[in-house]
Design a binder for this molecule. Structure first.
Ligand code: ADP
Ligand code: MG
Length: 478
């Protein structure tokens, strides 16, 4: 990007979106602390390879510079392309106009450390000074029900989320939304909050990540403010939304506190919604009494979306971001990023940014060449044999069993999986694959691929097999 100049408003918009995405991916390392510090900076613009940022004060500037900027710049380069050796220049200015944060998550998570020169008793930075918590800017305004694309992979979670936003005595309590990263759990949770606040603005909605809950609890203990902490999460809360509950793993004291929080709300018929990257029973280092409570309401899962849903998501995002996209390109993108909606969205934004920076349309050719460049999985380096080997080792089969005429269920399944992975990763033709799998007919391969695609979207176990195999292939490529 350094050599490119985003002069048009469109290019600026896309460069800004790339910044937002880069920030999102940096944020995932430590959401609570990131939010706290990033609330003190503002993007002025990106022009001529220069990223202009404003900071509320020098303290915030230095913290962001030292802790987040290298990752953020890396991610920006990833989004915008350009010479990786050439550093993006960053210009800072200090602006007293950037308001201190008002959201609860940002307000009370402890600053990750102090300035070296700062004595332990020195006043805390202004970041912690605003007393009134607000929910609005903890929520992404785009994460609404209407912006959520519903398909077979997420319809139960969507319906349950929608029902839980309806108010009244909860039918299921808690609602536990389980699913892999980047599949829309946080989106649905924000959507619940938006809907409830729009329809019943007086509802006391508390949205919190489990990481923030932990930090706030520790802070409450340290500063003897447990009454305040408990009031916030128990008596002053009508709806509690806790994101990424797996973060509580092994944190026994916080688990204990959360257990009592849960019971207090549950007894008062107040709804609790929890998201997690695992099903309750799979949560590690989580006490049984919490696990059983998590499973006592409704557990709704989100699976990897099927191709049709992914195409619909790409289309929706393109409309939301004002990106023009042909159907053909939407399908190509959706095919290229199969298992994570966040990455799919990231790929779209990156393409839009690069297209407008270089003044190209986002057409089939451009997307195809870009996808080949950025694909983390370099499909051309793999062969059918690599895939067969990985599948055999995963299912503990020999290669001759895999290629044999054996129709035993487990062997047949492994074979279908291998065909599916070959098709996904190598884009080989069906007849070609038929030949590579013991001279089978191409229609056999076609139906195997279709079957596994359907199973993957419906059955978490099948998905887990595929993820393990993909992992294996990824590590064998390094
Ligand atoms: P998770 O919390 O499960 O890791 P997120 O809710 O943060 O994932 O979703 C990642 C990104 O993908 C978000 O930008 C979200 O809007 C988008 N996304 C995921 N699923 C959908 C969907 N079904 N429709 C529209 N956008 C989606
Ligand atoms: Mg999330």
């Amino acid at each position: 990007m350094p050599s490119d100049t985003p002069h048009t408003p469109e290019a600026k918009h896309h460069a800004t979106e790339a910044f937002r995405h880069a920030a999102e991916s940096t944020r995932r390392r430590s959401p609570a602390s990131f939010d706290q510090w990033f609330s003190g900076i503002q993007l002025d613009g990106i022009d001529d390879g220069v990223l202009s940022l404003a900071a509320r004060d020098e303290f915030v500037r230095d913290w962001v510079k030292n802790h987040f900027l290298p990752d953020l710049l890396d991610a920006m380069r990833g989004y915008l392309g350009g010479d990786p050796q050439k550093a993006l220049e960053v210009r800072w200015r200090i602006s007293g106009d950037i308001p201190a944060p008002v959201s609860e998550p940002r307000r009370s998570s402890p600053p990750p450390s102090r300035r070296p020169s700062e004595a332990p008793s020195a006043p805390r930075p202004r970041l912690a000074a605003v007393p009134r918590p607000g929910l609005a800017d903890a929520l992404n305004p785009k994460h609404t029900f209407s912006n959520f694309v519903v398909g077979p992979s997420n319809e139960l979670a969507y319906a349950a989320a929608l029902a839980s936003a309806a108010g009244g005595r909860p039918r299921y309590n808690p609602l536990f939304i389980a699913g892999g990263t980047g599949l829309g759990k946080t989106h649905l949770m924000h959507a619940i909050a938006h809907q409830v606040l729009a329809e019943r603005p007086d509802t006391r909605v508390v949205y919190v990540s489990a990481e923030h809950f932990t930090n706030a609890f520790i802070e409450g203990l340290q500063h003897h403010k447990m009454d305040e902490f408990r009031a916030r999460y128990r008596s002053q809360c009508d709806l509690l939304l806790v994101d990424d509950i797996q973060f509580l793993a092994g944190r026994e004291q916080t688990q204990e506190e959360f257990f009592h929080t849960f019971n207090a709300l549950h007894d008062a018929a107040r709804l609790i919604v929890v998201t997690s990257d695992k099903y309750p029973q799979q949560l590690q280092r989580m006490p049984e009494r919490l696990v059983s409570r998590f499973g006592s309401g409704l557990v709704a899962d989100i699976q990897t979306p099927q191709l049709e849903t992914r195409v619909a998501i790409v289309r929706k995002k393109a409309v939301l971001e004002g990106i023009e996209l042909s159907d053909e390109v939407a399908v190509l993108l959706a095919q290229g990023v199969p298992s994570n909606v966040r990455e799919l969205e990231g790929a779209l934004i990156r393409l839009a940014a690069k297209a407008s920076l270089t003044g190209r349309p986002i057409d089939f050719e451009f997307v195809q060449s870009e996808m080949a460049l950025v694909s983390p999985r370099r499909p051309d380096m793999l062969s059918v044999e690599d895939v067969q080997r990985a599948v055999c080792s995963h299912f503990r089969l020999s290669n001759s069993e895999l290629l044999s005429k054996d129709r035993h269920k487990s062997v047949a399944f492994a074979r279908q999986v291998a065909m599916y992975v070959c098709r996904q990763r190598l884009k080989s033709s069906f007849p070609e694959l038929g030949r590579a799998f013991g001279n089978r007919d191409h229609t056999t391969v076609m139906s195997a691929v279709r079957r596994v695609e359907t199973l993957r979207a419906r059955d978490p176990q099948v998905n887990a097999h595929l993820e393990a195999i993909e992992q294996k292939l990824a590590s064998s490529e390094d």
